[in-house]
Design a protein around this ligand. Structure first.
Ligand code: GLN
Length: 449
């Protein structure tokens, strides 16, 4: 704990943590030490130092979703994932910066300023779980939790050169996770290697009576087969690998990677998937619709920020409180979501996007039935420069092309680091498998890493 506290203090300029639970973490470590000396059996994560994204509730601690609207709000209960970590004696060292309400790809939408990429401080760490990625990248904690609605764990993992897992929708309870788009949101895990990620997943996955969307499926042993040597049948999507938006040098890198897999005895086949250009529009229609509904609870009455202005009627009071509390990107998405749900446009946008979701899910599942895994880039480029895309939300959204597919389909996906670009930044490969096949996914990731 002291080691990490020192690193956090030394690297404060990265702005990864919003709050550090210094005394509490030291206290926990001392208590564990005493229990160990008394010969007590400790939990499987005893002493593992973990950071959590500021959208995950931890009883008695502030949680703000990096938004002014929740400034000063204290969690009344802990997320199920947090409860389970604590029950296994993990030490939670602090909460981590992110884009406001997990909306963004760069961590620049935080009300508390951007987090910086530790490898190059002029670049973003990715988002929305940027703080969680940097905390592991810069060794400020051993593992961290983020949330992934459309790539917010895999994309920053890719930009920071670490591992980021988004499990199957329903594998980890969302109880205590602040909602962005409920049919997409999933808690994800950052680590430096697969074994760490597997250990944390083992503890936090599984049924939960507080979340009816958490699957009843049994949790297998995620580390049992990690070391087995096996050959796999991989598919890549031609429409992804030859996409115009993909960086040219990375394109070459993936070809090398696929060849190296073949030389190890794996098969790698190209499949066509002509729907890729439809996934980003479908994702942004559906997630903004869900967000506009989820965020209606922040009304200045029940939680957080309330306008100091007096003598307003109720509508004006809501408007003022919300206008003052929410940042620009969140407002943009509430407006967009309200629009696509409005009576006159519902069928044209929302229903259509649902159909696209259903269609691409079926097509993706067909490929996953035939192959062990799909390999794809995680992001079409390496980490952006700070400010590079802030004026162009559409360009920012389009960079989610490779990550949103797994959320639309609810399947598990992981980003593992692969190569360095000539610009010095890392990039990874994304691996996607069938629903609830995290054991296979982790096994494959371990073998190709
Ligand atoms: N970049 C995507 C978005 O802004 C992903 C967000 C997320 O996964 N939370 O919606």
């Amino acid at each position: 704990v002291r080691y990490y506290l020192n690193r956090i203090a030394q690297l404060k300029h990265l702005n990864a943590f919003l709050e550090v639970y210094e005394e509490e973490a030291l206290e926990k470590a001392r208590a564990l030490d005493t229990r160990l000396k008394n010969g007590e059996k400790l939990g499987v994560l005893a002493g593992v130092v973990i950071g959590i994204k500021d959208v995950i509730c931890y009883q008695g601690h502030n949680v703000s979703a990096a938004s002014h609207i929740l400034e000063g709000f204290t969690s009344l209960f802990s997320a199920t994932a947090v409860e389970r970590l604590l029950a296994e004696d993990a030490i939670i060292i602090g909460n981590l910066n992110c884009d406001e309400f997990a909306m963004g790809s760069t961590n620049e939408n935080s009300a508390y300023g951007p987090t910086l990429n530790a490898l190059d401080n002029s670049r973003v760490p990715g988002g929305s779980s940027g703080g969680s990625a940097v905390a592991v990248q810069a060794d400020l904690c051993q593992v961290s939790l983020g949330s992934d609605t459309g790539g917010s764990v895999r994309q920053p993992a890719d930009f920071c050169g670490i591992v980021g897992l988004k499990p199957t929708y329903g594998r980890i309870s969302r109880y205590g996770l602040i909602a962005y788009a409920s049919s997409f949101d999933q808690i994800g895990i950052f680590g430096k290697d697969i074994a760490d990620v597997a250990s944390v997943l083992q503890v936090i996955a599984g049924p939960d009576e507080y979340d009816s969307t958490a699957s009843q499926k049994e949790v297998p042993d995620y580390k049992a087969n990690l070391e087995d040597n096996k050959t796999f049948r991989f598919a890549y999507l031609r429409d992804a690998q030859y996409h115009d938006g993909l960086d040219a040098e990375m394109k070459e890198g993936y070809i090398d990677f696929f060849e190296s897999l073949q030389s190890l005895g794996h098969t790698v086949s190209g499949k066509s998937f002509e729907y890729l250009d439809h996934v980003v529009p479908a994702y942004y229609v559906l997630t903004t619709a869900e967000a506009s509904s989820n965020l209606s609870r922040y009304d200045g009455v029940k939680y957080g920020h309330r306008t100091p202005e007096k003598n307003l009627d109720l509508t004006e009071f809501y408007k003022k409180s919300r206008s003052e509390g929410f940042g620009k990107e969140v407002k943009r998405r509430i407006l967009l979501g309200t629009f696509v749900l409005s009576a006159g446009y519902y069928d044209a946008y929302y229903t259509k996007a649902q159909q696209v979701r259903r269609f691409v899910t079926e097509k993706l599942n067909d490929i996953l039935e035939e192959y062990d895994a799909i390999l794809m880039p995680t992001v079409p480029s390496t980490a952006f420069k700070l400010g590079e895309k802030t004026d162009d939300p559409i360009a920012m959204y389009l960079a989610d092309i490779y990550t949103v597919l797994a959320n639309l389909a609810g399947v598990p996906a992981i980003s593992v680091p692969l190569y360095r670009h000539s610009n010095g930044m890392p990039y990874g490969v994304q691996i996607i498998t069938k629903k609830f096949s995290e054991a296979n996914l982790l096994h494959i990731a371990h073998q190709v890493m």
